[in-house]
Write a protein that binds this ligand. Structure first.
Ligand code: ADP
Ligand code: MG
Length: 451
């Protein structure tokens, strides 16, 4: 009976979390039943329990409840292998002989199941990095070694590396793919030194098929770690094993990194992730909304909110995602549609921090240039359409692109009342939907102002 509930919940979860996540994280769960409101599961490792709980806990509870198993909490206990019912991960399905203990010997860090190629939005700023990552993920002949990805914080380096690892593991489950941060590499190295297990350490790292080291700038200035990294690196390259490295800057610009390492790192393919642009940010937001909707179909977002966020929030995708998650959380808490006002309220701090500092004066100047009218006319009292319309466009942009209030904007437009500004803003909002020319003008101006 409870088993049936879990069966139904699983069917829903499969849709909610996607095939990949489902196979990795949900399928291997051994449902034991619900008692006193606690749904109990057996899991092969503690890590897996933690991960599932953190990332899928809410979904699991929701679907269990929906399918008639009243649970308020989840509990995961490590079950002995034999007790785990189904075949577990994709890797084990493909190669059942591989012992679990063998897996645990791999020195890598866990992969985030959400960081796949499917969930990576491609735009101009990251298309090269994405193409290179895809190629490596295909796992064909090693053509560039290493693949070196670099770029600022939150631009998707880690996401791409995990995506490569997922892809490789799906295509070639026998490959020993190891992902870890440079910091973890150092930590393991020091531990090996301390415990006099350098031979094991060397052997382990030299036996992997694909090695990924994230944020390699971390080992700059750390001499013996660099030394060991260099040897590991060379040993793997000599065996024609793929290496993937990331850093926050180009190899040549990492200070206190040995020259010979820099030149080694430059030998393969070096690609950078550029700061995001408006289109990419909007694409990412739209994708997140789509994902979220799969779980919460009731979500309503007013027109223009995503565009507003894409314009106003900085390059860092992590910040962008954080803002959106906060909006989702808030909207679901108060059961309200996500409107522009809600967004502005709820994200005031983030918006302020990444304010682009477009000024009202700049907006007025650009708009008057664009429509070929005088700046003084925008500020003055004339009401003819050829002037009034551009003025409204400028007001609209001032509202959208700055954090000024309506009365403040009114004051800067020759001392107009805030209701006049509000009327202007609304008018442009309407016109944008029915008049392509206006929509285009606004878009052009907006881009010019934010460039
Ligand atoms: P980095 O390692 O470069 O600092 P991450 O890979 O950790 O950045 O990315 C930060 C967050 O932004 C992650 O949640 C990631 O999924 C998301 N992200 C970054 N770029 C993209 C993209 N192009 N498409 C979808 N999500 C992205
Ligand atoms: Mg990272």
């Amino acid at each position: 009976m409870m088993e049936d509930c879990w069966g139904r919940a699983k069917a829903e979860l499969r849709k909610a979390v996607g095939e990949n996540n489902f196979a990795h994280w949900i399928e291997p769960l051994d449902f034991k039943g619900v008692d006193e409101g606690v749904a109990r599961f057996g899991v092969p490792t503690t890590f897996m329990g933690d991960w599932v709980s953190r990332n899928f806990g809410d979904s699991i509870l929701q679907h269990l409840n929906a399918s008639g198993a009243p649970a308020g909490r989840l509990a995961f206990a490590v079950a002995p292998r034999a007790a785990v019912a189904a075949p577990t991960t994709a890797r084990e399905r493909a190669e059942p002989v591989r012992a679990a203990s063998d897996d645990q010997d791999l020195p890598g860090a866990p992969l985030d199941p959400r960081f796949t190629f499917d969930s990576f939005v491609v735009g101009k700023p990251n298309e090269l990095a994405h193409a290179a990552a895809r190629r490596v993920g295909e796992g064909g002949e090693v053509t560039f070694n290493p693949l070196f990805l670099y770029g600022g914080v939150g631009l998707g380096k880690t996401h791409l590396m995990h995506a490569i690892a997922h892809e490789l593991q799906a295509r070639q489950p026998h490959l020993r793919v190891v992902y870890l941060s440079a910091e973890q590499f150092m930590y393991r190295f020091i531990q090996a030194l301390r415990e006099r297990q350098m031979m094991d350490f060397k052997q382990l790292f030299r036996s992997v098929d694909v090695l990924m080291v994230d944020d390699v700038q971390f080992i700059a200035g750390k001499e013996s770690t660099q030394e060991e990294f260099f040897h590991t690196f060379n040993a793997l390259v000599d065996q024609n094993k793929q290496i993937i490295i990331s850093a926050d800057r180009a190899p040549g610009e990492i200070k206190e990194l040995e020259e010979r390492i820099k030149s080694r790192l430059q030998c393969g393919l070096v690609v950078d992730l550029h700061p995001t642009d408006y289109e990419l940010r909007l694409g990412i937001l739209q994708q997140k909304v789509q994902q979220y909707r799969r779980q919460y179909p009731d979500l309503v977002i007013a027109d223009g909110v995503l565009e507003f966020l894409a314009h106003r929030i900085s390059n860092n995708v992590r910040v962008l995602e954080g803002a959106l998650m906060r909006l989702f959380a808030f909207a679901s808490l108060v059961g309200r549609e996500i409107t522009m006002d809600l967004a502005q309220d709820c994200l005031a701090d983030i918006l302020r921090a990444s304010d682009r500092k477009v000024t009202i004066e700049e907006i007025q100047r650009k708009v008057s240039e664009h429509y070929n009218i005088r700046l003084s006319d925008i500020l003055g009292p004339k009401r003819v359409r050829t002037i009034a319309r551009p003025r409204q466009v400028a007001m609209y942009l001032a509202k959208q692109l700055t954090s000024r209030s309506l009365p403040e904007i009114g004051r800067r437009f020759g001392g107009r009342d805030h209701t006049t500004v509000m009327h202007g803003v609304r008018r442009i909002e309407e016109l944008k939907t029915i008049d392509n020319q206006i929509a285009e003008d606004v878009e052009l101006l907006r881009r010019a102002l934010e460039a």
